[in-house]
Design a protein around this ligand. Structure first.
Ligand SMILES: [Zn+2]
Length: 488
């Protein structure tokens, strides 16, 4: 291995007076293996700058950057900034080495075969906070979640991968569960017969209760067209000979039905009156499977609506930091507070997960929204990653398909800011997008790591416009829901 060349920093003070600030933010790397190399630096706003003699744009933040081509071996990089007759210069060396051939190693996220079968079955019972994953994959936000599970559900684990058990939901249906949400159990359930159903109107929600001899695992999902919620019960066969709707005046449920989709998988099918779903929850009361389907808000306007807002990160969790030093937690909060003012001005009740520089946990944020009875919720973040010289743009993200219309409404308003579109991202694994209790979505405003987008984010007026577009997106969503009712 060749000896690395120590970066040499040469300081030239052009004049005796206070020097112009010039900081290399990224690219001052000892050794690289690619011919293209990106340098980002920060100076005083209004200065001019060069990288290896080529003039580059200095943004209003003072950030600037450029891509250079490196020859094999040692390369000298010179960065200058000039303003008011003063010039600052930094020179350093970057060594371009031959790429080292990497040992190919299986990527864990694709390695299904890495689950180790358990020789003897291990029985577990779910504890508070449990959730299922489809597979044993992982990423920054954890493996893809199938859904949450209530506590007290017994299951047979038949394999292990890292911190996960593979569990048998039914004979041919498997999922993964984090070990931390399980306790040992004596046995798993046999296959049970389902009991009677009752469907009632609770005032602000419709409730379906299904009597069972024990708590069984389940999986829920929504469909947009037709507008349904399905809940699959594992280890159950139909014997529900009384599916009794106690009133003809249900708020959101049109009618219910069932299907035995596998010999031991029982499907609850809930047809909604509305095309748009205002949230639902699945859990147990004793051993009765309880599905609550929330009614649409009485008035489909911002006035009177309870809206949850979340400013990402906070406290010791700064989130992304831009080249010129802007912290994501501060920008997120600023946008959220502006949006709160707009919503409150229009008569909404806003429930914030934080209104200052604090960093509540994801569980605490969800609890704040749940306690606050939010009817719709939005989390605001800003993004980072990729080349600082590109502008990846804005993104709207959601987990469950019934959240897509809200995310789409907000995305379409954000694009009026004339920014590029990163995308509308579904099945997103962010914790605050997990709950199905209310429609929710996540805005990733712009990329803090992009020099052009950093410049926009640094402008308080632009942040006001961002907040305004989210406000208009919420308003559009409510109008769309209202219009869909008139169609019927
Ligand atoms: Zn963030």
């Amino acid at each position: 291995m060749k000896k690395l060349i120590t970066p040499l920093i040469l300081l030239y003070a052009a004049t005796a007076s206070a020097a112009l600030p010039l900081k290399i933010y990224s690219g001052q790397t000892d050794t690289v293996t690619t011919p293209k190399h990106i340098i980002v630096a920060v100076t005083e706003p209004g200065a001019t700058a060069t990288i290896n003699g080529n003039a580059v744009k200095v943004y209003k933040t003072g950030s600037f950057g450029g891509e250079i081509s490196l020859q094999p071996g040692a390369n000298t990089v010179t960065v200058t900034a000039s303003k008011d007759g003063k010039t600052e210069k930094r020179s350093f060396s970057v060594y371009r080495a031959e790429p080292v051939k990497k040992q190919t190693k299986a990527d864990d996220s694709y390695a299904g075969e890495l689950t180790t079968p358990l020789e003897n079955p291990h029985y577990i019972v779910t504890t508070k906070g449990a959730y299922l994953q489809f597979g044993n994959g992982d990423d920054r936000l954890g493996g893809s979640k199938m859904g949450f599970l209530d506590e007290g559900i017994r299951l047979k684990a038949d394999g292990v991968k890292g911190s996960l058990y593979r569990v048998a939901l039914a004979n041919n249906h498997f999922a993964y569960i984090p070990k931390q949400y399980t306790a040992p159990a004596e046995s798993a359930n046999p296959i049970f017969n389902t009991g009677s159903w009752s469907i009632i109107n609770m005032g602000d929600r419709d409730r379906i209760s299904i009597a069972l001899p024990a708590r069984l695992a389940y999986r829920y999902r929504t469909n947009l067209d037709p507008s349904t919620i399905t809940v699959d019960l594992y280890g159950a066969t139909d014997n529900s000979n009384w599916m009794t709707q106690r009133t003809l005046e249900l708020g959101m449920i049109d009618y219910v039905d069932f299907d035995q989709i596998d010999s031991d998988v029982y499907r609850v099918i809930i047809h909604l009156k509305d095309r748009y779903n205002w949230g639902f929850s699945v859990g147990y009361q004793g051993n009765s499977l309880t599905i609550d389907v929330r009614h649409r808000p009485a008035k489909l306007s911002i006035d009177g609506l309870v809206i949850g807002l979340d400013a990402g990160h906070g406290g010791e969790f700064t989130g992304a930091v831009s080249p010129s030093g802007l912290k994501e937690k501060d920008l997120n909060l600023d946008i959220v507070l502006k949006l709160r003012d707009m919503l409150e001005h229009a008569g909404a009740k806003v429930v914030l997960t934080r209104d200052g520089d604090t960093g509540p946990s994801m569980a605490e944020r969800k609890e704040i929204w749940k306690k606050g009875g939010v009817q719709l919720a939005i989390s605001i973040h800003n993004n980072a990653g990729g080349s600082p010289l590109t502008s990846p743009g804005t993104a709207a993200l959601f987990k469950h398909i019934f959240d897509r219309p809200l995310a789409e409404a907000i995305a379409s308003r954000m694009l009026q800011l004339d920014v590029p579109f990163f995308g509308l991202v579904g099945n997103f694994n962010f914790s605050l997008n997990g709950p199905t209790d209310y429609p929710n979505m996540l805005v990733e405003g712009l990329f803090m790591s992009s020099l052009a987008e950093e410049e926009l984010l640094a402008d308080p007026d632009f942040r006001t416009r961002m907040a305004r577009q989210v406000y208009l997106g919420i308003e559009d969503y409510l109008k769309t829901v209202k219009a869909s009712l008139k169609d019927k």
